[in-house]
Structures are given as C-alpha cells and as structure tokens.
Design a binder for this molecule. Structure first.
Ligand code: 9MR
Ligand code: 9MR
Ligand code: ZN
Length: 581
C-alpha cells in the first residue's frame, strides 16, 4: 500500500526531526525533551469539511521552537489512491498566532468524498468534501437559539432540556413604571439569563437578513422545535419567538426599554432554578426608554414586516406598526442614551453613547419596507461625504443601514448606491488581503482580538458576503468561508469553537445551563466568544500574555474568553447559510 509506505517514511523523518529538536533545545538551554510524536506538525483545518467549489487549505502548525518545514503534502482518498501532491508555502512566523506555519492548499480537490491529508513530518488528518458539508453546522447553530429560549419548556434532546423559566417579572424603578410585567420569552442573551434589546436587535436583524438573502437554504431546515410542522417555516418560527419578546419591551408611547434582567447575575444554576426576580430596566431618568434600543427595535421590526408578510400577514402588520412608532419615538429622543447601569443594577450594560448609527439603520429599514420618502430623507441627511464601511457589531450598526439601502428591491439613488458599494468593496479587499497574510487564513487583525473576537470573525465574514452580493467574485466568498473554517478548527488550538460541532469542539463554555445540568458535554450549537486580552476577568488573567490568537482558554469561568452569545452565533449562521446558497 503506497500510502502505508509514505506514512512510514514520514515517521522516520519525524524521528530525525525529533532528535534535531532535542539538540536544538539543548543548544538554546531550554531543556524539554520532545518525543517524536510531539515534534510532528499539526494540520489545522475546518473540522466540518469543505464544499466542492470552495477554497481548501490547512495550516501546518509546527511545535513552538521547531525549525522544521515540510517540503511536500499529499491528499489521498480514504478508499485508496493519491489524488494530489503539492508543496506547502515556505515556513514562516505568523504574528497573530505566534506560530511557525506553512499553508497547504488543496483547493484542487473538488470531487465529493472522504480524504486524508498527509503532510511531511505531520500528523495525518481526515476530511470530507461534500455538497452539503456545512449543513449540520448550520442546523446546529440555528437550533442553538431554541436552546436559549426563555419562559417555555425547551428540549433539544439528549438531556438538554429545561422547564419554563423566569416567569416572575416586574418593572424596576429605572423603567419609570411600577407593578408586574408579563414575560414574553425571548432568548437568553448568552451564558447569563438576561435579555437585552440592543443585542437582540443585531442578532435578530442578522438572522432575518440571512433569511432575505439565503432563504432557499434556510427554508428547508427542520429544527425540531415546538412550532415544527406549522404554517411558518421553522427558521422564521424560531426568530418570531424572540420578536414576540422584543415587542413586549415597547412602551405605549413607542419607546423601548433597555433590558429585562435580574438586578445582578445569578449563580451557575439552571434557568428554572434562578431565584432572582426579573425586572424591566430602563435608563433611570426620563424618558426611561432608550434611543439605541428603540432604533434597533424599529430596524428589526421593519425587516420582520417584510419577511413575515408572506407567512403571517397579521404578525407582519403588527411589526410594521411597532417599527413606525419606535422610529418616531427614537427620532424625537436622540439624547435618551443608556451608557451605564442605573443604581443597584449590575447585569450587562450594552451601553452606547452614540445612537446615530442605530437611527440610520431604523430609517433605512423602514424606507426599504415602505418606500416612504421621510425615511430616505432622514437617512441621506446623515450620509457623510466620505463613507467608510466598517464591520458591524452590537454597538455599531452603521453598515447595516447603508447595506440595506443598496439591497433594497426598490432601488436607491444610483450615486449613493455606488458610493456604498465602493466603500464596502474597499473594506472587503483589505480583509481579503489580510486573510492571505494571516497564517490561519482568517481576516482578524491584532486590534480585532477583543471580547467576542470570534463574533468579529463572523461579522467580517458577513461583510465579505455582502461584498459578494455587490460584486460576485469568488474571493470575497472564499475569505468569508475561510473565517468559518477558522472558527471550526483552523486555528492555533485546533479546536472547533462551536459546541458539539467538528471533531474537536471546545467543552466548557461560560454558559449556565451547560455547567449546571450535570451533563459532561455542553449544550450544542453555541459559538465561543474567543481569544482576547480583557483585563478584568480573573480566570482569563491566568492565561500568560502571548500572541493574540493564543489568548483563550477552555474554562467555563473565563467569561471574557469563553462565553457564548446570540450575537456571535448570528453571523455564523449568516455565513454558513451564504456558503451553502
Ligand atoms: O455570567 C456573567 C456573564 O454573562 C457576563 O458576560 C459577565 C460580564 O458582565 O459577568 C458575568 O460573569 C460573572 C460570573 O458569572 C461570576 N463571576 C463574576 C463574573 C463577572 O461579573
Ligand atoms: O459582547 C459584549 C462585549 O462587547 C463587551 O465588551 C462586554 C463587556 O461589556 O459585554 C459583552 O456582552 C455581554 C453582556 O454584557 C452580558 N451578557 C453576556 C454578553 C457576552 O459576554
Ligand atoms: Zn429564562
């Protein structure tokens, strides 16, 4: 068997490499003996395989201190037979990971099937090329939202279940109201049980955008949720669950409160065992509701009005009216900000001193839905002379406003459309260039390694997918898909950052149900926040200062590195759906 011979050759060579390694470490005075096994390279790649037509690459990662390099790699069919041989790129130091890396590109392998990559001096890795390759990951990531549902019985199967939770709610004084509040569910934000309108806004908006662009892929998802089999497609039924909660957060005057949480975070208990009272929390001073939350709400409800029209017309109409009232309120209260928590409250802030981007997003989505001139005027009045397009996140939705203006079926003003497209392509080109420079083929710069860096990788992927809408060139889509590959295994840890997805998924999210349920494996389909250098988290602080990609640890206590959140899953869903479309 030819491949068997190759394997033995590789092993012999890595034995020699190991000796060289011991010699090298003796010379540098750093006395760690390395076994032949440890001294071999790892090939890091997507653990959910590849689509036939997309780029395929692995990063050959050498152990710290190694001077080795592989001269050749080969791809074999699992059923036997070499399908290609190639030379990896020159070994070099990768600043983002601190690793000595090479890249093995096997994009030429296009035929669906099961394969094995063998890199000289490296551990062999198996992978698949499949038309439907990312479907399970997509299914899992969407179903992750069902697992986050609050206020109802949840059962994902496999023991991942809980009875209705958080049923006793009231108005906090900071909301300007008093008395009981009726809980309408929603999704738990993250590893905590809070529900925050700002973060719900970008998450739900991103999911609905995925539907508008890639509905063909999402329509057929069978999610095994309580609504399955009903009149509305599963994906839209899941999103409607959160929209209904968002609707409940709107006051009679049109304004929307910031959040629905306990006053402080509860312990690591199951949601039904959370002993704390839940409160509607506002800014603590008139008008109590918040412009960022209200404008995000308006944007999302305007999208919902478009999306649900064909499936649930009554609901769509309700969303549109809610959006219009929210827009009117937000435009009238641009100074109603939520920058820090009111006294006595210490749950997540999602504080934001700038609401111009949220107001623009609301205007743009309402214009796209209704075609009314007042919305377009409000938006274009705010258009800067030099438009820069950035990567969206919960605190900055400016790009969403501009993109929806271009994506609108009714057609915007040609000069404005052109300018937005050019600015988007400029940002996308810079990201593509970076993915070519980074050792693991992803688009993150040093400065992108913030709390939720995996969400940044996802949203950079989203930006690239939007660029692909504007200018269909393989490179934008390939770079977006490469970011998903980074999240699903092609990283310095060789870990899939989505629970229960891939061959080596991470195990210990900062996620209360995963810790409290007594089941070893975490709840499925959830994306870790990922590497960053947040100073405040005691567990994260124990990770020694290293290259940005290495600043992560799989410990549930490390909330700044390993929490999960609905706004990080959303761009993952978006890019996976886009990749499959
Ligand atoms: O669990 C909380 C998490 O969702 C938040 O992101 C984080 C920061 O706001 O705070 C929580 O984490 C706390 C943890 O549960 C217990 N130790 C203190 C942490 C910070 O307040
Ligand atoms: O995602 C948020 C991140 O951008 C902030 O830096 C961080 C600290 O304010 O908070 C993150 O959001 C958390 C929220 O406040 C509470 N629920 C968990 C969220 C994810 O960690
Ligand atoms: Zn709950």
């Amino acid at each position: 068997m030819r491949s068997g011979v190759r394997r033995r050759e590789f092993l012999k060579m890595s034995g020699a490499a190991a000796l060289a390694g011991v010699a090298a470490s003796a010379m540098t005075g750093c006395a760690f003996p390395v076994s032949a096994e440890e001294w071999r390279a790892q090939a890091r790649m997507s653990q959910v395989g590849f689509l036939p037509g997309s780029d395929k690459a692995a990063t050959v990662q050498w152990p710290q201190g190694s001077r080795e390099a592989a001269r050749v790699f080969a791809v074999h069919r699992m059923s036997g037979g070499k399908v290609m041989e190639g030379a990896p790129t020159m070994a070099r130091a990768d600043a983002i990971s601190g690793d000595r890396v090479q890249v093995a590109d096997f994009s030429a392998v296009r035929e669906p099937g099961k394969y094995r990559l063998e890199v000289e001096h490296g551990h062999p890795v198996e992978f698949a090329v499949e038309e439907d390759g990312y479907r399970h990951a997509l299914w899992s990531a969407v179903r992750g939202y069902y697992g986050q549902r609050c206020g109802c019985h949840v059962d994902l199967g496999g023991g991942y279940a809980h009875p209705p939770c958080h049923l006793h709610d009231a108005f906090d004084a900071s909301s300007g109201r008093a008395g009981k509040f009726v809980n309408h569910g929603g999704w738990h934000d993250a590893g905590d049980y809070g529900r925050y309108v700002v973060n719900s806004g970008i998450s739900t908006g991103t999911l609905l955008w995925a539907w508008e662009l890639y509905g063909g892929v999402l329509h057929s998802l069978r999610l095994q949720i309580p609504e399955s089999g009903g009149a509305v497609p599963d994906f839209l039924a899941e999103v409607r669950w959160n929209l209904n909660w968002m609707l409940s957060m709107q006051d009679t005057d049109g304004g929307v409160w910031q959040k629905l949480t306990s006053r402080e975070f509860c312990g690591f208990v199951m949601p039904q065992d959370d002993p704390l009272e839940i409160y509607v929390i506002g800014s603590g001073e008139p008008p109590y509701k918040v412009a960022t939350a209200t404008a995000d709400f308006a944007a999302v409800m305007a999208i919902a009005a478009r999306v649900y029209r064909a499936h649930d017309a009554k609901f769509a109409e309700r969303c549109l009216q809610a959006a219009e009232r929210a827009w009117t309120w937000a435009m009238a209260h641009p100074d109603a900000l939520f920058v820090k928590n009111p006294k006595g409250v210490s749950t997540g802030t999602y504080g934001d001193a700038h609401d111009g981007d949220e107001l623009n997003w609301a205007s743009a989505e309402l214009w796209r839905t209704t075609g009314e001139a007042r919305y377009e005027e409000a938006l274009l009045k705010k258009m800067p002379g030099m438009l820069k397009i950035g990567v969206p996140d919960w605190g900055n939705v400016a790009s969403m406003a501009w993109w929806t203006y271009v994506l609108a079926e009714r057609g915007g003003r040609p000069r404005v459309v052109e300018q937005i497209q050019q600015a988007t392509l400029a940002t996308a080109d810079a990201l593509v260039a970076r993915s070519g420079e980074n050792g693991y083929g992803q688009t993150l710069a040093v400065a992108d390694y913030v709390w939720g860096s995996n969400g940044v990788a996802g949203n950079q992927g989203l930006l690239l997918m939007i660029a692909d809408q504007f200018h269909r060139q393989g490179k934008y889509r390939d770079a977006a898909v490469a970011n998903v590959g980074y999240l699903l295994g092609r990283n310095c840890f060789g870990v899939s950052w989505v629970t229960q997805v891939g061959t080596n998924p991470f195990q210990h999210p900062h996620h209360r149900p995963s810790v409290a349920d007594g089941i070893a494996a975490p709840w499925p389909g959830l994306l870790s926040g990922g590497p960053n250098r947040h100073p405040g988290d005691p567990t994260a602080k124990q990770v020694p200062q290293q290259a940005p990609m290495r600043m992560w640890v799989d410990k549930w206590q490390a909330y700044s590195m390993n929490e999960i959140a609905i706004n990080w899953n959303a761009p993952l869903v978006f890019v996976l759906a886009g990749a499959l479309a």
